[in-house]
Write a protein that binds this ligand. Structure first.
Ligand code: GRF
Length: 193
């Protein structure tokens, strides 16, 4: 299967996916990185690993439908079957949702439906939660609302700063996301023993 990863920032989850593909654990080809921030670190990671990139500035397009039409053209060019959002900070619109129905997943740093949207880790700390986590879910038109595929809980300790929690969550994400992608893309290959 050919997958595209969408990222807006550092791309550490994108890196985990690259590493898993290179190790042969995730059987897929990453045929495109889509990035809406032309200076994002994710782009450097793509360059280093030979992943073709479509980087764009949304403000140079008339609206979401226009830049998603362009994304769709790029996805088709490299025959993308499946999309993994990894820190892509935008809602996916109808253009892409209809073209890739049931074939877009996202990773979110909370136990959804708790703490959707931006700064989920900050939200959990502010709420005084003693536990948060990571969710991988299918994407629908809502903000972090689609059907949940897998969740892992992550504790929050009293002495934690935001950085401690972020690190703990990232460690879980980097293991979970490639694993879930392998389960979805190659279900017959998953061994339980
Ligand atoms: C991750 O915490 C992910 O759950 C959220 O955005 C963050 C992206 O981090 N959607 P990175 O760019 O993969 O390092």
């Amino acid at each position: 299967k050919n997958i595209a990863v969408f990222a807006s920032g550092s791309g550490s989850n994108f890196q985990a996916i690259i590493d898993s593909v290179e190790a042969g654990d995730l059987q897929a080809n990453i045929t495109l990185l889509v990035c809406d921030k032309p200076d994002a670190m994710a782009i450097q990671r793509a360059l280093k690993h030979g992943v073709p990139t479509f980087a764009f500035s949304p403000k140079t397009y008339q609206d979401k439908a226009s830049f998603e039409a362009e994304i769709l053209t790029r996805l088709k060019e490299v025959e993308v079957d499946f999309i993994a959002l990894a820190g892509y900070m935008r809602l996916i619109g109808p253009t892409l949702l209809e073209a890739y129905e049931g074939k877009i997943v996202n990773i979110h740093p909370s136990l959804l439906p708790a703490f959707p949207g931006k700064d989920a880790i900050g939200q959990a700390l502010k709420a005084g939660a003693t536990e948060t986590g990571v969710t991988v879910h299918y994407v629908d038109q809502g903000m972090d609302t689609g059907p949940i595929i897998e969740q892992v809980a992550v504790p929050i300790y009293e002495s934690d700063t935001q950085n401690h929690v972020r690190k703990r969550i990232h460690d879980v994400e980097h293991e979970l996301y490639p694993k879930v992608l392998q389960q979805i893309l190659n279900p017959a290959e998953v061994r339980t023993n």
